[in-house]
Design a protein around this ligand. Structure first.
Ligand code: ADP
Length: 221
């Protein structure tokens, strides 16, 4: 099963993608995580990307495309994948089409997680991320059992540098300008499935799995 999660920052793509990947036993490919890993390791790509990320801007398409091609060529992707944070504009969507064709893969379904701006701001400014496994927590909505420590792997939790209120607002602006148009793109390909993501994370996860199963069943008919 090849799934893209689409939606504004803070809609819960990361949270849902980690859980979906566990439930469906598929690799979770998040361009944001891959970029942060490069920044942390101080690679050339990381050095070039950091400034854009801290400002809430998109990293240039060519850099992200190269990184994604590399990851998508790994053998574990053949059994399926959950793609999170890519594509983010029309150019990236077309790049992805070419990449998937080259790899003989196809997107099954694009799940669009819709969320209101007030929920997004509240979620992102209180978000905590695990430095070990990338799981997301929230100071109020989803606190870890032990303060500052990941429930799943015991890793240390941190706040992302781009989760400050000002940067979150910039990311939302970029989303509206660049990413929102992708809804139409995938709608016209009849791949888009919409979901309200303002509800509790567990309920949203159930809905996504339901959608994915319906899709899987329709393939078997
Ligand atoms: P969110 O979806 O909550 O904004 P991500 O972790 O997906 O968080 O992305 C964080 C940052 O990484 C983005 O603001 C952007 O700078 C960069 N980034 C991630 N994915 C892409 C992409 N596909 N194209 C360009 N930049 C990206």
């Amino acid at each position: 099963m090849n799934i893209i999660l689409l939606g504004p920052p803070g809609a819960g793509k990361g949270t849902q993608a980690v859980r979906l990947a566990q439930d469906l036993v598929l690799p979770h490919i998040a361009t944001g995580d891959l970029l942060r890993k490069n920044v942390k390791q101080g690679t050339q790509l990381g050095k070039e990307a950091k400034d854009y990320m801290d400002k809430g801007l998109l990293v240039p398409d060519e850099l992200v495309a190269e990184m994604l091609r590399h990851r998508m060529s790994d053998s574990d992707v053949k059994k399926g994948f959950i793609l999170d944070g890519y594509p983010r504009n029309l150019n990236q969507a077309k790049t992805l089409d070419v990449l998937l064709k080259d790899l003989n893969l196809e997107i099954d379904s694009v799940v669009y997680l819709d969320s209101s701006e007030s929920v997004i701001l509240q979620r992102l400014t209180g978000r905590l991320v695990c430095s070990g496994c990338g799981s997301n927590f929230h100071i109020k909505n989803m606190p870890p059992k032990k303060t500052g420590i990941c429930d799943h792997c015991g890793g240390k939790l941190y706040q992302r540098t781009d989760d400050k209120e000002e940067t979150v607002k910039k990311r939302l602006e970029v989303y509206k300008q660049e990413t929102a148009s992708l809804i139409k793109y995938y709608e016209s390909k009849q791949k888009l499935r919409r979901l309200s993501a303002d509800e509790d994370a567990q309920i949203v996860l159930k809905k996504i799995i339901q959608l994915a199963k319906e899709f899987d069943d329709s393939l078997k008919v």
